[in-house]
Design a protein around this ligand. Structure first.
Ligand code: SF4
Length: 291
């Protein structure tokens, strides 16, 4: 009897397959997003995450379909609004683990006005961006991370705009965890995602996730030989070294570029709430305080 009770109190170790929903992904065969989804399953299993205490938030795009394929709570929102929705959920219930997912078009174009602010606020959420350097769902237009002279339907003679560097933007905007993954390295990506989820604060994981249908330049063959693991000698608390790694354009470092700790937005809001509760000022007192 005693032994039975002990067995019943052991926590259940969930396997990657336990996080898979009944919905089958409808991405094109070979799409990089499959690798990201599998890495997420592995990371959730490594952390033995409780699906009932986890929320996935997405915007619009191929990769934003991801919450439907996972047995957590999910919020498939409007275009570019992953971060404000995720921020609201985390502030409303700080006990939840909140993970934003989406693509480069969703996050770095229409959602760009939210990105640096989530970084500077250091809200405790993880943001996984499946960066395929193109708009896939709308059938192939140039995105902010497309390379120069990239030919698409919107740039038939080549892209004449510069390329946005999300890693550097995150670092200089105040993000406390900045990493890059590659969908073709799922074990390493799973480790990065697990570290990002564990990190207290805003964690960006930008993932090279090739669009095999519309991007014929940044393909799996293109990345072969160009990606490499960040050496163990790299100090992730060194902001300048992290910026230099993020600057590289010919070869692409994979791993954690930057990681530091400072108070999170949700921690600070909790302190302010407690203070307001203790002091319990009247509306009139508050009004006078800010006159
Ligand atoms: Fe993936 Fe591209 Fe197909 Fe979208 S269009 S599912 S990004 S391969």
């Amino acid at each position: 009897m005693e032994q039975t009770l002990m067995l019943e109190t052991q926590p259940v170790q969930r396997q990657p397959k336990d996080y898979k929903s009944d919905l089958e992904p409808i991405w094109c065969p070979g799409c990089g997003d499959y690798g990201v989804l599998n890495a997420l399953f592995k990371a959730m299993s490594q952390l033995n995450m409780d699906p009932d205490k986890t929320v996935l938030v997405s915007g619009i795009g191929c990769s934003s379909r991801l919450p439907g394929f996972v047995v957590t709570y999910g919020f498939h929102g409007v275009h570019g609004r992953v971060l404000p929705v995720a921020t609201g959920i985390k502030l409303a219930n700080p006990e939840l683990t909140v993970i934003g997912v989406g693509g480069d078009g969703d996050g770095y174009s229409i959602g760009m006005e939210h990105f640096p602010h989530a970084c500077r606020r250091n809200i405790d959420i993880t943001y996984i961006v499946m960066n395929n350097q193109i708009y896939g769902l709308t059938k192939g237009q140039t995105s902010p991370t497309s390379s120069p002279m990239f030919v698409t339907k919107t740039t038939p003679f080549g892209n004449v705009e510069g390329t946005l560097n999300p890693l550097q933007i995150a670092i200089v905007s105040g993000a406390t965890f900045v990493a890059r993954g590659y969908s073709s390295m799922p074990n390493q990506l799973a480790r990065i995602i697990a570290e990002a989820i564990k990190h207290p604060g805003f964690a960006l994981v930008d993932v090279f996730s090739p669009c095999v249908t519309f991007n014929k330049v940044q393909t799996f063959d293109y990345y072969k030989g160009r990606v490499y693991e960040i050496p163990e000698t790299h100090d992730p608390t060194d902001k300048f070294a992290a910026l230099q790694l993020a600057e590289q354009e010919d070869r692409f470092p994979i791993g954690i570029l930057y990681r530091v700790e400072r108070p999170t937005l949700d921690e600070q809001v909790a302190v302010i709430k407690q203070r307001a509760h203790t002091e319990n000022p009247s509306v009139e007192q508050l009004f006078r305080r800010y006159q």
